[in-house]
Design a protein around this ligand. Structure first.
Ligand code: AHM
Ligand code: MG
Length: 338
């Protein structure tokens, strides 16, 4: 065996030294979050064994999706891990309509946590990978409790962002604005160990990832782009391969490691009212920070995702994310230049 073993805790502490003004609060916040992820990983792993956990809970979340029981478990775990540490002034989650205040009896902190507790959860019953996505901001408001203002932020204001993919192994990928690192959970140790230091996305890939069943409803630029890359890749003169899991975390994770592009464009059935699916605050912003930190790009087609400021918590946005050259080519088709 060679090389040193770096745990996530040690990595977080080393990252802290890159911020001379850091007080250690942010480090403790990330440790608390990590505990919630380990608990969620344990339950997701048992999903096939525990019949009460499988299946829909019979309610709908604010976006109208069916809420799975594990969604509720993940929501609860993250809330309970983060409500009392004194790090946060407010939270918001894809599963909850309004902002989530910190209970009165607990101290308040300077950070804001936004999260999607279990993305892609409609896949759980088929044992397909799911994930948790999170992002952290400094607070902005001045009152005692945090407010909506703290949660509706430009993506470039994120202090940190990350995701956990519960797949064939459990991986945590995060950034604090100094590159991207990936950790794999060693189940026997219960520790995330550094497995992917300094992740860089390839400049160009050979894979595209999109729900092609929606092709009829895409804008003309997206239709033309997908048609183009299915015929030939400019570099190899061969068509791109299609991979689509239907769990954004897993699809973007593969894109980060192998390169290529993941897209969820707007549904333009009614051209006056294009409808996007993915949420800006909980999904697009954190994934875009991570991919940009790894050298990639993320766009709506004509705007950088991280420059967008949501008007509401559950705002949805079209997304194309991945290798810089692939995203660049998509923008040319989207804008009608090609
Ligand atoms: P969710 O947050 O309700 O799970 O929905 C988001 C998921 C993404 O993970 C995935 O990229 C997308 O929905 C898949 O949508 P579709 O089934 O329309 O292809
Ligand atoms: Mg989601």
């Amino acid at each position: 065996m060679s090389g040193k073993i770096v745990t996530l805790q040690r990595h977080i502490m080393e990252q802290q030294t890159l911020h001379p003004e850091a007080s250690g609060r942010f480090t403790r916040l990330l440790w608390d979050l990590t505990l919630a992820f380990k608990l969620i990983a344990r339950e997701v792993n048992k999903a096939g064994l525990v019949s009460e956990i499988l299946g829909a809970a019979g309610t709908h979340n604010v976006s109208g999706d069916t809420v799975m029981k594990l969604d509720q478990y993940a929501q609860d775990r993250i809330f309970k891990a983060m409500d009392h540490g004194g790090h946060l002034c407010v939270m918001a989650s894809e599963e909850v309509e309004d902002i989530i205040p910190i209970p009165d009896q607990f101290p308040l902190g300077h950070y804001v946590l936004l999260f999607d507790p279990l993305d892609g959860s409609s896949n759980i019953d088929a044992n397909v990978s799911v994930g948790t996505i999170w992002s952290i901001y400094h607070r902005k408001s001045r009152g005692r409790q945090g407010s909506l203002e703290d949660c509706l932020r430009h993506g470039y204001e994120q202090v940190a962002a990350g995701y956990v993919v519960y797949g064939s192994s459990v991986m945590l990928v995060y950034t604090t604005g100094h590159g991207v690192a990936g950790f794999t959970l060693d189940p026997s140790l219960g520790e995330f160990l550094l497995s992917h230091p300094a992740i860089r996305i390839p400049a160009r890939g050979k894979i595209y990832s999109i729900n092609e069943g929606n092709a009829l409803f895409w804008d003309a630029g997206t239709q033309k782009y997908i048609q183009y890359i299915k015929q030939r890749d400019e570099a190899t003169n061969r068509p791109y391969s299609l991979r689509y899991i239907g769990s954004m975390v897993a699809d973007v994770h593969r894109t980060l490691l192998y390169g290529g592009i993941f897209l969820y464009p707007a549904d333009c059935k009614d051209p006056q009212k294009p409808k996007a699916k993915l949420r800006l605050t909980y999904e697009a912003h954190p994934m875009s920070m991570i991919v940009e930190q790894a050298g990639g790009r993320a766009t709506t087609g004509d705007m950088r995702i991280l420059n967008l400021e949501p008007k509401s918590l559950h705002e949805r946005v079209p997304l194309a994310i991945g290798s810089p050259e692939d995203v660049g080519m998509y923008e040319e088709f989207f804008s009608g230049k090609r």
